[in-house]
Design a protein around this ligand. Structure first.
Ligand SMILES: Cc1cc2nc3c(=O)[nH]c(=O)nc-3n(C[C@H](O)[C@H](O)[C@H](O)COP(=O)(O)OP(=O)(O)OC[C@H]3O[C@@H](n4cnc5c(N)ncnc54)[C@H](O)[C@@H]3O)c2cc1C
Length: 375
């Protein structure tokens, strides 16, 4: 571990206990039923975990917000990745407001998030636009004092359970803009809820916007600043996905080491076979390397330094490591790694998403290459 502040150490100690007592016991059942776990949500509100990125007067963490958020996500993801994702989407959904909102917008929406405990959704991806954000077709047309929003957003984490969304839409031929939109507005409906391979406790929904009348004052930043805001959001969110992947990998390795001490083959514990030790050694090394990247990316964000390249490196390296580690841990458990009585197969399914969302890993490499060529 890099140096932690006293406050971070206290937070992590509390979080470890809460994860052990409340989050871990619910993880397998949540994965099985696919039900959204509102008890975990209330617990996280009480602990201030869904407000970390907000200013301190609205319940946010006093300093090193991104780093603290990442450490919390890592700790929760060791036991339940779906629960850890709640922290990420809350930060990602709030970021356009934090980054580009004006005083009036912040005065209205910070309390709506923090005091009224509204979950956030982030509506960017569309059926025809995932990696290529600029290909979105949802539109926002100015009509008097309102924007009229139309479009179909897919894969929205918290889509059906959030109270407030930040939405990216076209305000001109080549102009993207962000809006803050309350879910209760007329014209917003929820379409399909995705039946996913992993992260089954996370709500992923289609959100349909039909002639939604959004007050003009809900535009975040200036018209046309949407793409810049989305890219700024990625600089914050990619270290958090790195932390998510790291937590999943650590959870899988910890479990497997305990298992390998107890499981005997050919007269000795699995862990005493050198071939198994090599797999564990490699996994542990990847985890330490992942932590280094994640910490540097998060701390760079907190210090205000441009972290685009290191954030992309952390996101792709940690998620590839998590996929490799969870696959290898399934192998160490053998048949028991492949059945649902043991948590490893869930972690293996969960790890896959970390390679895909918040910019798939191919996109991270494109960004790293682009940043290097600019240097
Ligand atoms: C569970 C889940 C939750 C999500 N939550 C949200 C959310 O809350 N809000 C939101 O807006 N979106 C969300 N997403 C969407 C997610 O960000 C996208 O799925 C992701 O960005 C990839 O887009 P796509 O699925 O359309 O893949 P595509 O863009 O179609 O890409 C498919 C594959 O091709 C690769 N590829 C694409 N272009 C290139 C290229 N030029 N060179 C090389 N390879 C390339 C990609 O890396 C990817 O592997 C979520 C997705 C999932 C699955």
């Amino acid at each position: 571990m890099f140096d932690l502040s006293e406050e971070q150490k206290i937070l992590l100690d509390n979080l470890k206990r809460i994860v052990r007592e409340k989050v871990r016991p619910a993880a397998a059942e949540t994965d099985k039923t696919g039900d959204f776990n509102w008890d975990v949500v209330s617990l996280f509100w009480d602990l201030g975990l869904l407000q970390v990125m907000l200013p301190e007067e609205y319940g946010g963490w006093p300093q090193d917000r991104s780093h603290t958020l990442c450490l919390s996500i890592e700790e929760i993801a060791k036991a339940c990745a779906s629960s850890a994702l709640l922290l990420i989407i809350q930060a990602v959904g709030s970021f356009p407001l934090i980054y580009a909102g004006n005083d009036d917008q912040k005065e209205k929406y910070y309390p709506m998030i923090s005091d009224q405990r509204n979950l956030m959704g982030y509506l960017v991806t569309e059926p025809g636009a995932g990696s290529d954000v600029q290909a979105i077709t949802s539109s926002a047309k100015l009509s008097g004092e309102s924007y009229i929003l139309n479009g179909r957003k897919v894969f929205a984490t918290n889509g059906a359970v959030a109270g407030v969304y930040t939405v990216l839409a076209k305000t001109g031929e080549k102009e993207l803009s962000f809006f803050i939109v309350e879910k209760g507005l007329e014209g917003i409906s929820i379409g399909r809820i995705e039946d996913k391979c992993g992260f089954r406790g996370s709500n992923t929904a289609e959100v349909i916007l039909e002639d939604v009348k959004v007050p003009r004052e809900n535009l975040l930043g200036r018209p046309g600043e949407g793409f810049k805001i989305a890219m700024g959001d990625f600089d914050m969110s990619r270290p958090t996905v790195a932390a998510l992947a790291l937590g999943i990998a650590e959870g899988a390795l910890d479990y497997t080491i305990k298992y390998a001490r107890q499981r005997y083959t050919f007269g000795k514990p699995l862990i005493e076979h050198q071939a198994i030790q090599f797999i564990i050694a490699e996994a542990n090394t990847l985890i330490e390397a992942s932590r280094g990247l994640m910490e540097r990316a998060a701390r760079a964000f907190d210090s205000g330094r441009k972290n685009t390249k290191i954030a992309s490196m952390a996101k792709y390296f940690c998620s590839d490591a998590a996929m490799k580690i969870t696959t290898d841990m399934v192998q160490i458990l053998g048949g028991y790694g492949y059945v649902k009585d043991y948590p490893i197969e869930r972690m293996f399914r969960d790890a896959k998403l970390t390679q895909i969302f918040e910019g798939a890993n191919q996109i991270q490499k494109m960004i790293i290459g682009r940043e290097i060529s600019k240097e």
